[in-house]
Structure formats: C-alpha cells, structure tokens
Design a protein around this ligand. Structure first.
Ligand code: NAI
Ligand code: MG
Length: 358
C-alpha cells in the first residue's frame, strides 16, 4: 500500500502560536517518517494580528477559497495586546469556523500519565472527558448592537441564537461521540431554569435525540451545578454537550482540573466533511510567556493527534498520544506541569520516543 498524503494548512498566528505550531510540525514530521503510512504537506499562512495591523485584514481576499484546498487546518492562537480581542477573534478564528460550518467543537481532557491534577484525590482515569461545544451560533452568533454610544443611556444587546437545525445536528453528533466511548454516557448541560426559551428547546431536542441512542446513558445538569460536579465527582462524567458559551467556560475549567491549560486540544469539525476541519490547542496566545521558549507544546501534540484521527490515521494518533504520555511519565515537562524542561526539550523527547516506539 502506498502512503496516503494529506495537505495541511498551518496558521500559527500570534503569541506562542508560532512556537507551539513549530513544535507540532516537528513532531508530526517525525511521526510520518517513523510510521511510513502517511505523508504530510504543510503550507504556512502568515495570517496574524501583525498582518492585520499592516493590511487591515486578517484573511486576504480569496483566503478561505485557498484554505479549502487542504485536508485540515492546524491553528495556533490569535490575540495581540494592541488589538481588541473581539477584532482578532472575529477577524481570524470565527471567520474560518463559521463560514466553514465547523459546528462541532470537540474538546477532550484527561489527566495524562505522569502529570498531576490539582484535585488532590484524582488519579489519571478519574478525569477523562470529551466536551462537545456548539460552534456555529448560540451566544457567539454576533447578533445585537449598540445605540447611543458613550452616552449615559447607551444600550447594548447580545442576543443568543438557537436554531432547531443547529442544536439538533450538534446534539446528535455529541451522542455519536458518546456512543463510541467506553462509558457510553452523556451529560446535557443547559440553564433551562433561568433561560426559558432557547435552553428549554435544547432540553427538548436532547430528549428527542436520546430516543435514537438507547444504548447511551443520558443525564442533564444546569451549568452552575455542573462546575461543582466537575470538581467533586469527575469520575461521574464522560461526554458533555453544551452551548457555545457554556462549553467554552467549562472546557477551560476542565483543562485546569486536568493539570494545565497547556495540554488540552480542540477540534473544530465540519462533520459533513464539505470543508476542512480546524485543529488547535485550547490555550490562547499567552503574551506573558511569548518568545521565552517555555510554552507547553503538549496541547499542540494532542491537537495533532486529534487531527490525524479525523483524517483516518487512528493508529498514528494513538501512538502519538502514547508517546506524549510516556515523555510526561519520564518527567520531561514544562513549568506549567511542574517540570523544568523547555518547549524544545519536550519536543525533542517526544520525537525520540516516536523513533523508539516504531
Ligand atoms: P491564554 O491561554 O493565552 O493564557 C492564560 C494563562 O495560561 C497565561 O498565564 C499563559 O502563560 C498560560 N498558558 C497558556 N498556554 C500555555 C502553554 N502552552 N504553556 C504554558 N502556559 C500556558 O489566555 P488569555 O491570557 O486569556 O488570552 C491571551 C490572548 O489569547 C487574548 O488575546 C485572547 O483573546 C487570546 N485567546 C485566543 C484563543 C484562540 O486563538 N483560540 C483562545 C483563548 C485566548
Ligand atoms: Mg476559550
């Protein structure tokens, strides 16, 4: 069998984005060389807050058309100290996710072997979750406006949009994710006591979809109570589905409970596969550590593994994550995980481990 080839668009963007994407590409090259089962062509796009400051645009004309030629997108982080966050987020990340209908944002979290959770009693295995976040509408639909700017009577509205179409496709996708996992358990998170329209529709749709998945155990939680359950009974959860905003917040908590925001990946998936899906570490551009060479690359390695899984390279994906856990287990970790290694040392150790494992 000849090796499959995948075209990957890299958008490192801002802050530590270029540092972790560089590490990720190094590890992916080592993996493809060792496995011999696939090859990767990387194309780099310099779309960033720097480009925006020079040209007024994050994405040049026809940029999205260009991206469509690729099988997947590997994304770093966007955000700069001198550009308002809503400009950078809408200019680059949401400008890709929303037109490409990457409606499912999938965020796995677990305590990696060799790392420690801030939850004193939790062991690896007690916290092993996948959060499925609605990624196309909800609280981040961009509906709303501001009137009477700067006046004492100024008003602003930020309207959440929940459509039966988007909620149904997302909840169905989340049940499919749950069904493929060992525990076959899903928790539907809403806030349907206080928000009595959109959230009640979520609950109703979840109950309808649940009927088509009799083998998946389903329970529901209000988002505030959910934060307590994540901390106090992590082992009682497996797959979690929630709105764009709720899941955004819960997944940062999840990453911190697993040990660091520096380890967790995100997949922005178009499950119809009409558009390339986009993969990124969950963290942002981390100005405070940019340029120091100490960013944790593990989130990007796990992201790379999830990208390979989506492309159909299950074995290589499992192997990569296994190698990352071995390296953590050997104590080679960055400072955020309690170690003293830098980005390059962790990257080199993972490349060595890949060579050893094949
Ligand atoms: P952040 O994730 O960049 O940083 C939060 C804290 O975690 C910082 O102390 C940082 O040093 C640390 N940290 C993050 N990643 C790390 C890593 N790989 N290794 C070690 N430590 C790490 O979040 P923050 O500070 O809220 O946002 C900074 C900028 O990033 C903002 O402009 C924000 O809008 C943007 N951002 C972009 C995201 C994206 O592109 N998807 C996601 C989150 C934030
Ligand atoms: Mg976030």
């Amino acid at each position: 069998v000849s090796a499959k080839n995948y075209k990957i668009a890299c958008i490192p963007a801002d802050g530590i984005g270029p540092e972790v994407i560089d590490a990720g590409v190094t590890v992916l090259k080592a993996l493809s060389a060792a496995s011999k089962s696939f090859t990767l062509d990387f194309e780099h796009y310099d779309w960033s807050s720097e480009t925006y400051k020079k040209t007024g645009k994050y994405i040049p004309d026809n940029g999205l058309e260009d991206l469509k030629k690729h099988d997947a997108i590997l994304f770093g982080a966007v955000g700069a100290p001198d550009v308002p966050d809503h400009i950078s987020l809408w200019g680059l990340r949401l400008a890709i996710c929303q037109p490409f209908q990457q409606y499912a944002n999938v965020r796995p979290t677990k305590i990696l072997r060799g790392t420690e959770s801030p939850l004193r009693k939790a062991q690896a295995g007690d916290l092993d979750w996948v959060i499925v976040r609605e990624n196309s509408e909800g609280e981040y639909a961009g509906q709303g406006g501001r009137s009477h700017r700067g006046q004492p009577w100024e008003v602003a509205t930020e309207t959440s949009i929940f459509t039966r179409h988007a909620v149904t496709r997302l909840i169905k996708f989340a049940f499919e994710v749950a069904q493929k996992r060992e525990k076959k358990h899903i928790t539907v998170v809403t806030k349907s006591n206080a928000q009595r329209n959109g959230m009640v529709m979520w609950d109703e749709i979840a109950a309808e979809v649940a009927k088509d998945f009799p083998d998946v155990k389903c329970d529901k939680m209000l988002v505030d109570a959910m934060t307590c359950r994540m901390v106090l009974q992590p082992q009682s959860l497996d797959t979690i589905v929630a709105t764009n905003l709720h899941a955004d917040i819960l997944s940062d908590l999840a990453a911190a409970l697993a040990g660091s925001i520096g380890i967790a990946p995100t997949s922005n998936l178009d499950p119809t596969r009409q558009n390339p899906s986009m993969f990124e570490p969950i963290h942002g551009s981390a100005f405070d550590i940019t340029g120091k060479g100490i960013a944790n690359p593990v989130g990007t390695f796990w992201t790379a593994a999830e990208m390979l899984r989506w492309l159909g390279e299950e074995t290589a994906a499992d192997k990569l994550l296994d190698c990352v856990e071995n390296v953590c287990g050997n104590g080679v970790m960055t400072k955020d995980l309690g170690g003293d290694a830098n980005t390059k040392q962790v990257t080199d150790a993972v490349c060595e481990e890949i060579k050893r494992c094949y």
